[in-house]
Design a protein around this ligand. Structure first.
Ligand code: GSH
Length: 245
């Protein structure tokens, strides 16, 4: 059975999931993984235009007022933090992450935390830099060093792909790292406001993104997230009012 066929087998024993999100926000990563795993889930739209994520009701799910949240049947609290959700889903379904005691586990974990703590966190600043400045006119102060940090992070992953021989971050094995990285590459190209970043200097990553775009689960997730065309290699922003990361 090919990997793509294998991805579409539904897991009948999966707990019930409710994903809260808004088009092309971090829930996109979680949705790609749910689609890859072939597990059923409900989707609860959060209207960012009216700042629904900051409402009292939503903050009961995530006190930070951030998207996404995944409610999981059998868990005693809703989950937030994209990286944690990916780890939970991959481990629960035994796919898209190396097993706990495998020799690749440490490598997987360090890159998952790197994506979450460093790359995604820096990207968040680049999407809304004014939140980190007293004065909007001070954007120049952080724009260049921030973009340098983001480019360096992508370069570090590019080097890892070269070291493992690719095509994926872990080498020949697809994992949720690839989906998380792909979304970061997408957002860096369409939503950053501190300078241009492109795939020109990361050919290994570009190759992985080209493959990922063809996966039925990824294409289905994009459709649900209102993402049109090539999501990662030549991405276009979702123009729905209120949609930015
Ligand atoms: N560290 C969080 C970051 C989540 C995040 O940045 N969410 C954005 C959407 S992509 C959000 O909720 N933005 C709305 C806001 O800041 O009010 C995670 O990994 O889940």
């Amino acid at each position: 059975m090919s990997e793509i066929e294998e991805m579409s087998v539904p897991d009948e024993t999966a707990p019930h999931y409710r994903l809260h999100g808004s088009p092309d926000s971090a829930n996109f990563v979680v949705r790609m993984i749910l689609e890859e795993l072939g597990v059923p889930y409900d989707y609860v739209p959060v209207d960012r235009l009216v700042l629904e994520q900051k409402s009292e009701a939503y903050r009961k799910l995530n006190p930070q007022g951030l998207i996404p949240v995944l409610e999981i049947e059998g868990q005693d609290a809703p989950m937030f933090e994209t990286g944690a959700i990916l780890l939970f889903l991959s481990d629960t379904h035994g796919r898209l992450a190396p097993d706990t005691f495998s020799s690749e586990r440490g490598r997987f974990l360090k890159w998952l935390f790197f994506l979450s703590n460093t790359l995604h966190s820096d990207l968040r600043i680049s999407f809304k830099p004014h939140r980190y400045l007293k004065d909007r006119n001070q954007l120049d102060v952080i724009a260049e060093p921030l973009m340098a940090r983001i480019s360096t992070s992508f370069q570090q992953i590019e080097k890892e792909i070269a070291a493992t021989g690719g095509p994926y971050v872990l080498g020949d094995r697809l994992s949720c790292l690839d989906h998380y990285l792909a979304a970061c590459a997408r957002w860096a190209q369409v939503y950053g406001c501190c300078g241009d970043w492109s795939l020109k200097a990361t050919p290994g990553m570009r190759n992985m993104l080209e493959e990922l775009e063809l996966r039925p689960a990824v294409r289905h997730a994009c459709k649900q997230e209102l993402i049109e065309g090539s999501p990662f290699v030549t991405p276009k922003a979702v123009t729905l009012p209120g949609t930015t990361t």
